[in-house]
Design a protein around this ligand. Structure first.
Ligand code: IPE
Ligand code: IPE
Ligand code: MG
Length: 241
């Protein structure tokens, strides 16, 4: 079984990230509305979360909604926000029972009060959990992240009345992902091979894996394929062996 192969892998990524793409095309193929595809993607989220929790992966981050996605039709945006709110309520027990810590990263100022409160409540409740950290990237973009980091650094300089020293490690502490190691493996579904303004800073040395599988069809076996591919990679970080 493939599961046995991955169990033997020495090199399980600490942080797996997924650009969950292809929901709309999945729905269209069945003559359904786009929201039907988003809803079906929920099962894929569950499967990946379960798999990562079982395998001892420390962080699973999922790109759920980009800053640019706010520009989609209002019905789709409202449907997606509603779906996210419902998922948080309905998955609460599963997260708690599986020792999963839940976190949301992105521009919260654009979320409704109700959704923001729901996010904060679930983050607070799952904060003591010590297993997998599930990070939902919501209202997030890489450029937004770098910009808000620069703004906060500038504010600190202003408050200190001088230019504060800054290096890469220091700058990372201003990013919205502070405290989370950079992704080791980034998976994108649906055959698209681009980063779409995702974690631009954080993916400097991330391994990329593309699959034609549409997100609502993505299951544990697909994740295993990605991990098997990852295990064959040689990460050199610009050095020579
Ligand atoms: C990904 O699926 C989910 C979000 C971006 C919210 P899409 O909605 O982008 O699906 P496609 O790419 O149109 O098939
Ligand atoms: C990226 O997918 C964003 C998410 C998966 C949340 P998009 O479907 O928005 O990206 P593009 O427009 O194809 O680049
Ligand atoms: Mg898409």
């Amino acid at each position: 079984m493939q599961t046995d192969n991955t169990e033997n892998l020495m090199d399980t990524p600490t942080h797996i990230s997924i650009i969950m793409d292809g929901n709309g095309r999945w729905a269209k193929k069945q003559g359904k509305m786009r929201l039907f595809g988003h809803n079906a993607g929920r099962e894929s989220v569950r499967a990946c979360t379960e798999y990562c929790a079982e395998k001892g992966v420390r962080y699973l981050s999922l790109f759920a909604f980009s800053e640019e996605n706010w520009g989609r039709p209002v019905d789709e945006v409202a449907g997606l926000m509603d779906l996210l709110g419902r998922c948080m309520l309905e998955e609460r027990d599963t997260l708690m029972n599986n020792n999963v810590r839940f976190q949301v990263i992105g521009d919260r100022t654009r979320l409704s009060d109700a959704l923001r409160k729901g996010v904060e409540a679930l983050e607070k409740e799952t904060a003591p959990n010590t297993g997998l950290t599930l990070v939902i990237m919501l209202s997030y973009s890489g450029k937004w992240d770098i910009l808000q980091a620069a703004q906060r650094y500038a504010a600190d300089c202003l408050a200190a009345g001088k230019t504060l020293p800054l290096d890469e490690t220091g700058f990372s502490t201003y990013l919205a992902t502070a405290g989370i190691p950079d992704p080791d493996l980034l998976i994108r579904t649906s055959g698209e091979q681009r980063i779409s303004n995702y974690m631009l800073w954080q993916c400097a040395y991330t391994e990329f894996y593309y699959t034609p599988v549409l997100w609502p069809d993505f299951r544990k076996t697909d994740l295993e394929q990605a991990l098997l591919s990852y295990a064959t990679r040689e990460r050199r970080y610009g050095k020579v062996e």
